[in-house]
Design a protein around this ligand. Structure first.
Ligand code: I3S
Length: 126
């Protein structure tokens, strides 16, 4: 028996595709592996799915995100010099995970930045 992440009360604040790679886990550096994800922003988490079908499946009780970032106490900022790509931002969590996200369109990337910043500032550990 596994607990369900999606309890039906969660609200999708923003949803769409982003390129992402985890670069740190538990404070340890990882090798980059950029992949496209279907990303869901809620009041608590940033969830990364393989595609939108996987998100629908999870809502129906099947499967889970590939990556779940706890935004409470997290920071999000431009990832200067961390990547050769443009429009890259990093999310750093209190547990020492760092995820880069990127979109070729700077307006799209920035709108994710602002939405994530807004969620973080509404959480208790901001
Ligand atoms: O910061 P790095 O290590 O130069 O990042 C690049 C590498 O991870 C590279 O893979 P390998 O070194 O494992 O072959 C990736 O293909 C690149 O995309 C990474 O750099 P960017 O600048 O795209 O984040």
């Amino acid at each position: 028996n596994w607990p369900q992440l999606w309890d039906g009360h969660m609200c999708v604040l923003k949803e769409g595709p982003l390129n992402r790679t985890k670069i740190t886990e538990n404070g340890k550096r990882l090798r980059k592996n950029w992949t496209i994800s279907h990303v869901i922003l809620t009041e608590l988490f940033l969830l990364f799915f393989k595609d939108s079908k996987c998100f629908v499946a999870m809502k129906n009780g099947n499967g889970r995100p590939e990556l779940c970032v706890d935004l409470n106490g997290a920071l999000v900022y431009p990832a200067d010099k961390v990547s050769s790509r443009k429009n890259v931002y990093v999310i750093s969590t209190v547990l020492g995970t760092q995820v880069l996200f990127q979109n070729e369109c700077n307006v799209q990337a920035q709108s994710w930045l602002y939405a994530i910043q807004a969620v973080i500032s509404n959480l208790p550990c901001n």
